[in-house]
Design a protein around this ligand. Structure first.
Ligand code: ATP
Ligand code: MG
Length: 457
């Protein structure tokens, strides 16, 4: 029993490598070694953290490489978002080399090494799961449920998704180790799946979304055989946990190339069932215009290095669904404000079945939506109160998008722009006559549920 347990804990794949340091045998015999004269990566573009991590590990006798997206981005002359390191040292060994480091993740254990503000992610080479029934499990559909077997570098390269993502750069020699002709693919502008694309998508359907996102973001063409299975496998995305789908969609929307990515999702028939509303929204002319404007706005901000709010983005993506539901509930006799709140909750609930929008985002989304009717109220004290609302700015930006898309008159957005910018005297003159019937002061202290809802809106 104990022996079995120990075998499980220490199990590595057959050609296993995470090892004892100094005696490490390099495992890159099958790789092409690409000289810096050919790949032309400028070593100075590596972060301090990436350099110190590889140096530290190599000094301790381990292999260590910059891997994945960073190498790909450097080859494409783009600034990498972050630097990931791959090594043959186990997480514990990495942890021992760096004082400021910690092991994270329970199943897929990684090490975070900290250098000032920078965190470098270090992963141990992972191996093949085939024929292994302990550490890697596969669902009936072929989807990998766990993937935590250590292996050697060659095995690590095979389990990565695209050839462009399986490149290992050694800062000490400035060579790239290339197991799958990724450098040639990048130079030819091609995104190509490693291995059989159909099997690889079945193992992990999120790879389809990664293909769409990375090709749009990096300007790479998806290779024909890598592209072919995608429309047929769209259904497989239903099996992916909603929270993982959300993270991936967020990356896609915040890539700076959201418009292209969404067009590509549609072209590959992946938008159905991803954001359950998105397919409907994109098929209504007004909704499509609004979403496209919102995505364009987001892309511009990301490319200008300005912050982007996921809540705002998701609020725009789902707004036209809220509008439809809101109208329907009012047609059934409900008052506008309570009807809006019911509609917002319904839309979020339906959405959550597919794509778990984090609560911290959905609360803000609802605030942005809930404030929209208040922009109609331009008399008395109300506009002043709205200006003071903590979500005013986001709700106002949202209002402007609604105007720009043609949903509501431009005049309303213009009024609010002016009202926020003029001095107090001018503001007074801008107020519209108060035509609402005067409310009598209530004597009772208890307020009814519907008046509370009105105040919250
Ligand atoms: P980005 O620029 O968005 O960070 P990336 O390719 O670096 O793109 P990460 O999610 O940071 O994406 O993943 C790092 C590396 O891990 C990838 O380059 C790839 O080698 C591997 N990887 C990530 N996701 C998968 C996946 N679903 N299947 C196989 N390999 C993956
Ligand atoms: Mg990355």
């Amino acid at each position: 029993m104990i022996k079995k347990l120990l075998q499980r804990v220490f199990k590595t794949s057959s050609k296993s490598t995470p090892n004892s340091g100094k005696k490490a045998k390099p495992s890159y015999t099958n790789a092409k070694r690409i000289h810096s004269k050919i790949h032309r990566i400028d070593r100075k573009l590596l972060s301090t953290g990436a350099l110190k991590t590889t140096e530290g590990l190599q000094k301790a006798g381990f292999e260590a490489f910059v891997v994945g997206g960073a190498v790909r981005d450097l080859l494409l002359k783009k600034r990498p978002k972050d630097f990931d390191i791959a090594t043959n040292a186990t997480p514990e060994q990495v942890n021992r080399v760096f004082r400021r480091s910690r092991i994270i993740g329970r199943r897929f254990r990684l090490v975070h090494v900290m250098f000032g503000d920078e965190t470098v992610e270090v992963s141990t080479f992972r191996g093949s799961h085939i024929g292994d029934d302990i550490d890697a499990k596969t669902a009936e559909s072929g989807r990998i449920l766990r993937d935590n077997v250590f292996g050697n570098q060659e095995e690590d390269a095979v389990r990565r998704d695209f050839t462009a993502n399986a490149l290992y750069y050694d800062p000490s020699t400035e060579e790239i180790l290339d197991f799958h002709d990724g450098v040639a693919d990048i130079q030819a502008g091609i995104l190509r799946m490693i291995g059989d694309p159909l099997t690889r998508y079945k193992e992990d359907p999120v790879r389809m979304l990664r293909a769409i996102r990375l090709s749009a973001k990096l300007g790479l063409t998806i290779d024909k055989s890598t592209e072919a299975p995608i429309p047929k496998l769209a259904e497989a995305l239903h099996d992916v946990p909603a929270s993982r789908l959300f993270d991936e969609m967020l990356k896609l929307f915040l890539s700076g190339h959201a418009i292209e990515s969404v067009n590509s999702l549609r072209k590959h028939k992946l938008h159905h069932g991803l954001l359950p509303m998105l397919d409907v929204v994109l098929e209504q002319p007004m909704g499509e215009r609004f979403v496209k404007l919102a995505l364009k706005n987001t892309d511009d901000r990301v490319l200008a290095d300005k912050p982007v709010s996921p809540s705002f983005l998701f609020a725009t993506l789902l707004w036209h669904e809220v509008l439809v539901a809101w109208q329907k509930i009012q047609d059934q006799g409900e008052n506008p404000i309570p009807a809006l709140h019911i509609a917002m909750n319904d839309v979020c609930d339906i959405q959550a079945e597919k794509l778990a929008i984090h609560k911290r985002y959905s609360i803000t989304m609802k605030e942005i939506w809930g404030l929209q009717p208040r922009f109609e109220q331009r008399a008395g004290r109300r506009p002043y109160a709205l200006l003071e609302h903590p979500r005013y700015r986001a709700a106002y930006d949202f209002l402007l998008l609604r105007c720009e898309s043609g949903e509501i008159p431009n005049e309303l957005g213009k009024w609010w722009t002016d009202f926020a910018n003029v001095d107090a005297d001018k503001r007074q003159t801008m107020l519209l006559p108060d035509t609402a019937p005067k409310k009598r002061r209530r004597r009772t202290r208890k307020r009814s549920a519907s008046s509370k809802a009105t105040e919250q809106a």
